[in-house]
Design a protein around this ligand. Structure first.
Ligand SMILES: [Zn+2]
Length: 180
């Protein structure tokens, strides 16, 4: 394969018959849904996959995806480039009944009526699953607006004398009650 763009649809039978391999980098921008949640769509995704048949004759797409995606750090809100690596092992099945022949934990996608797989969509799903739930720099300071600190300090100073010991409040209530 020497295509510069990732093929959107692949014919599962044909690709399995010729044991097709893709081993090259594609722009991250080709994976629109991954870019949606990213701070930037710059970068590349290394796609190393092959399509072949397993011992039972079922079609499998296997391989690895790796990229670095700029996500938003949940502490400092600056971009943090996060390594994303996905091991892919997906059976490309003609119908759901064929899934009965697979091990319990095997993942599969169904071919469309013409025996095709939306490869971009499938790989995108794998990348999305491999994204961390929370992105953060290993070492960074929490995001702060400079003025917020001062406001908080002032509020604290004003409020502290007003705070009453909850037991004192109870005592006060009790005293008030007793007076009735
Ligand atoms: Zn950070």
């Amino acid at each position: 394969m020497s295509a510069t763009t990732l093929p959107q649809y692949i014919d599962a039978q044909k690709w399995a018959d010729r044991e097709a391999v893709i081993d090259q980098a594609f722009p991250l921008a080709a994976f629109a849904r991954v870019c949606e949640g990213a701070a930037s769509s710059e970068g590349e995704v290394r796609v190393s996959i092959r399509v072949h048949r397993d011992a039972q004759g079922l079609i499998v797409l296997e391989g690895k995806l790796s990229t670095g995606v700029a996500l938003i750090c949940q502490r400092c809100l600056e971009p943090v480039v996060t390594d994303v690596n996905a091991d892919v092992q997906l059976w490309l099945l003609w119908n759901e009944e064929a899934a009965d022949q697979l091990p319990d934990e095997a993942d599969f996608v169904l071919q469309d009526a013409e025996g095709r797989i939306d490869l971009v969509d499938v790989l995108e799903d794998e990348l999305l699953l491999a994204l961390p739930l929370v992105a953060a720099h290993e070492d960074c300071q929490p995001y702060q607006v400079a003025d917020v600190n001062e406001v908080e300090v002032e509020v604290a100073v004003v409020e502290t004398p007003k705070r009453e010991n909850p037991f004192q409040v109870l005592t006060g209530l009790k005293a008030g009650h007793d007076k009735k």
